[in-house]
Design a protein around this ligand. Structure first.
Ligand code: FAD
Length: 317
């Protein structure tokens, strides 16, 4: 089923879902299952699986360094298929502009169709570590809205290099990213909202937000998005703080604000076990308010560990 169909079928009841990250190359998928298992009692209708773009590694040989390209966490579509069939749940592979040519994207989408995967999340991806700004991959897209266009075209039988009449192409349900505190590169929230609207106009069906720790940022964002003519569901993505380092890391990486009360509570913790508890309590309070406000789904960034998400879900679902 499509994400939007799950939302409709829930008839205003808030659903629970989460995002997982593929294991590092060489690790066993069992570790992933061990983290998904405890969350299945909360009946997630869909699970997102992230995609990592390529990175450079430098291999030393005879005093010289050779630069090679690698992907440390491949396997998104394979994991989606494995989870879909093991747990009988819908899965949402993330599809990126960065690191993929349009042809590679087309083949990935064809794989999804064969596997019965009906949802995809269309994202630009970030710059590579050595780059100051995002640069389009040779033969790839520059912005996520172009990726949405490619997916929508394909759904109508318009493949990159040919149009296939009567093609047996299913219609994908497409999610895109939204940023309550604006995307880090956007000059203003208004600018960013215009670009978000462009993704919806290109054919996206729903939005999942970047994490936020102050619900008023989400509520204001939804209001502004509605004023901008965006009518699709806006799913809040949230994450419990888990380690003290997040106080510096999250604002730095995602350009988001942390509320003063949360900062003080985390700062007062003696160890990361206490931080995890503070993070869970904050996230429960956030989730309760969002649920009362009638959000369609509460979508959690699990970052591969499920114990804290389970504690949160137990308090809500
Ligand atoms: P876009 O929508 O293309 O926007 C990128 C920037 O360009 C914005 O500043 C926007 O304002 C601007 N812009 C957009 N269109 C135009 C235009 N036409 N002209 C000028 N400017 C424009 N990253 C991963 O690598 N893997 C993942 O699995 C992943 N999952 C994510 C899931 C969610 C829910 C979210 C919120 C983010 C995720 N990301 C992931 C991170 C994401 O790739 C980055 O935030 C990336 O920097 C932006 O992606 P986007 O799809 O929002 O880009």
């Amino acid at each position: 089923m499509k994400v939007t169909e799950h939302i409709e079928a829930a008839q205003n009841k808030t659903l629970f879902s989460f995002e997982i990250v593929p294991p590092q190359k060489g690790k066993n998928i069992q570790e992933l299952y061990d983290n998904i298992d405890p969350l299945m009692e909360f009946n997630p209708p869909f699970i997102d699986v992230t995609t990592s773009r390529e990175e450079f590694v430098y291999l030393e040989k005879d005093g010289l360094y050779d630069r090679k390209v690698t992907r440390t966490r491949p396997g998104t579509v394979g994991i989606c298929a494995a989870i879909k069939h093991k747990y009988k749940v819908d899965t949402v592979p993330h599809v990126l502009c960065g690191g993929f040519t349009k042809e590679e994207t087309e083949y990935m989408l064809v794989d999804c169709q064969y596997l019965g995967i009906q949802n995809v999340m269309a994202l630009r991806g970030d710059a590579m570590k050595h780059q100051r700004y995002f640069e389009a991959t040779n033969g790839g897209h520059t912005y996520a809205y172009e990726l949405v266009e490619q997916i929508r075209n394909m759904c109508q039988g318009k493949y990159l290099h040919e149009t296939l009449e009567n093609s047996n192409t299913d219609d994908f349900c497409i999610g895109v990213a939204g940023y309550p505190e604006k995307h880090l590169e956007a000059p203003s929230l208004e600018f960013d909202l215009k670009k978000l609207k462009q993704k919806i106009d290109a054919g996206a069906d729903y939005i999942v937000t970047q994490m936020f720790f102050n619900n008023s940022k989400y509520f204001e964002f939804v209001e502004k998005a509605r004023q901008a003519g965006i009518t699709v569901p806006i799913i809040p993505g949230i994450k419990p703080i888990a380690v003290k380092k997040h106080l510096q890391l999250l604002p730095q990486v995602f350009k988001i604000d942390l509320p003063e009360d949360l900062i003080s509570a985390v700062d007062a913790c003696k160890n990361n076990k206490e931080v995890r508890q503070v993070g869970v309590e904050w996230c429960i309070a956030q989730s309760k308010e969002l649920k009362e406000a009638g959000v369609p789904v509460l979508h959690y960034y699990s970052m591969g560990k499920s114990d804290n998400i389970k504690n949160i879900a137990q308090a809500l679902f």
